[in-house]
Design a protein around this ligand. Structure first.
Ligand code: F6R
Length: 362
């Protein structure tokens, strides 16, 4: 049931305010965050190893910034198909964390099994609570996204980020890195996120016009720094999956180390950059692109748009959010951009060629 939408993907994008609110009410109590009745202890955790594939891997890359910055916890992130055959040493004090929408991805499950007798504890963040990955974990945390039918993951990604951020906040608080007041403030910010998502969904029409403008391109670059780098990766993946346009993502600072050679006026460059502490550096990267004729699509907030100058080709303005929450919100324009570009190209949005919803073979 597409609930009045043309595609499951459109429905699942639009559902995000609701499913995020559901997930928050499942995990938040008056006093804080409730994961399990036994509680989840991070005080003895020395390192976190996070493993996943595809979009779930990008959720892990985002969470690495949170765990390191907020909780001071060292994090390694790996692609499951690499991790499982590399068989890396797992030190005592390691919590292994697997992220999977389906809970059935073969490589992720194999990586989990490798960690079983080696890690102190196996956690998973899953959408399907009865899945193999959930069953084989010590603790499985559901993301409460509801069934995701569209092959390109949308609401599962933002709901994965939501649970991963709750974990980072809890770990930070337990480890004395976050005061009661700061924890309460971050949780309040999170409670406001579904409402902000609703406002951001109103940007649908402007994103659609940008999508039509980029739909003729053969190649598209995505750039982001810090927390926006994994979002750039996710934006590029989403776009290539359903529109079949070749899209690549780079950390903005890597531009001059090679990819800038690709820039000319046929290559749109999507820059994802809220006006955070790194914004000025991103502006100078954008100027490098524009000086070479590159057409910049800037996804930012009102303050960022004001600081970016007049040479930007197109700007998508999102509501202001805290730096920590920005990656969850910025997933939305990335999803909408891929969706409308695919519509403009006439591709099959819900069933893109060559892809399966759940990859149970390696
Ligand atoms: C991208 C996408 C895939 C999945 C990946 C992992 O839109 O859907 O990249 O994220 O196949 O799947 P799960 O999360 O089920 O392990």
């Amino acid at each position: 049931d597409k609930a009045g939408h043309k595609h499951f993907m459109a429905k699942e994008i639009a559902e995000q305010p609701t499913v995020l609110a559901n997930a928050l009410s499942a995990y938040l109590t008056d006093g804080g965050i409730h994961f399990t009745d036994e509680g989840l202890d991070f005080t003895k955790t020395e390192r976190l190893v996070m493993v996943a594939c595809g979009t779930a891997f990008y959720a892990c890359l985002t969470a690495k910034y949170w765990f390191e910055r907020i909780a001071g916890l060292p994090v390694e992130v790996d692609i499951a198909s690499e991790f499982r055959y590399r068989e890396p040493p797992i030190m005592p004090g390691t919590t292994a964390l697997f992220v999977s929408q389906s809970g059935e991805t073969a490589d992720t499950l194999a990586a989990l099994r490798f960690c079983k007798d080696r890690a102190d504890r196996i956690l998973s963040v899953v959408n399907v609570a009865e899945s193999s990955i959930a069953r084989e974990s010590d603790v499985a945390l559901p993301i409460h996204a509801g069934a995701e039918i569209g092959v390109a993951s949308t609401k599962a990604f933002t709901c994965q980020l939501n649970v991963l951020l709750l974990l980072a906040i809890e770990a930070a608080h337990q480890r004395g890195r976050l005061s009661d007041a700061d924890k309460a403030r971050m949780l309040d910010d999170l409670r406001g996120l579904p409402g902000i998502f609703n406002i951001a969904l109103d940007r649908n029409e402007i994103v659609r016009t940008v999508a039509v403008a980029i739909s003729e391109a053969r190649d598209i670059l995505f750039l982001g720094r810090g927390l926006m780098y994994p979002l750039a990766l996710e934006g590029a993946l989403k776009l290539k999956e359903i529109s079949y346009i070749h899209a690549e993502a780079y950390a903005s600072g890597e531009l001059k180390h090679g990819p800038i050679a690709l820039i000319d006026n046929t290559v749109p460059v999507i820059v994802m950059a809220p006006s955070d502490s790194l914004f000025d550096k991103t502006v100078s990267n954008m100027q490098e692109v524009m000086a070479r004729g590159g057409r910049v699509v800037l996804i930012t907030d009102a303050a960022g748009a004001a600081r970016a100058g007049h040479d930007v080709w197109k700007t998508i303005i999102l509501p202001e959010v805290s730096e920590v929450l920005a990656p969850i919100l910025y997933a939305l324009p990335a999803q909408l951009l891929a969706y409308h570009t695919a519509i403009a190209k006439g591709t099959d949005v819900d069933q893109p060629r060559n892809l399966a919803k759940s990859v149970t073979v390696e």
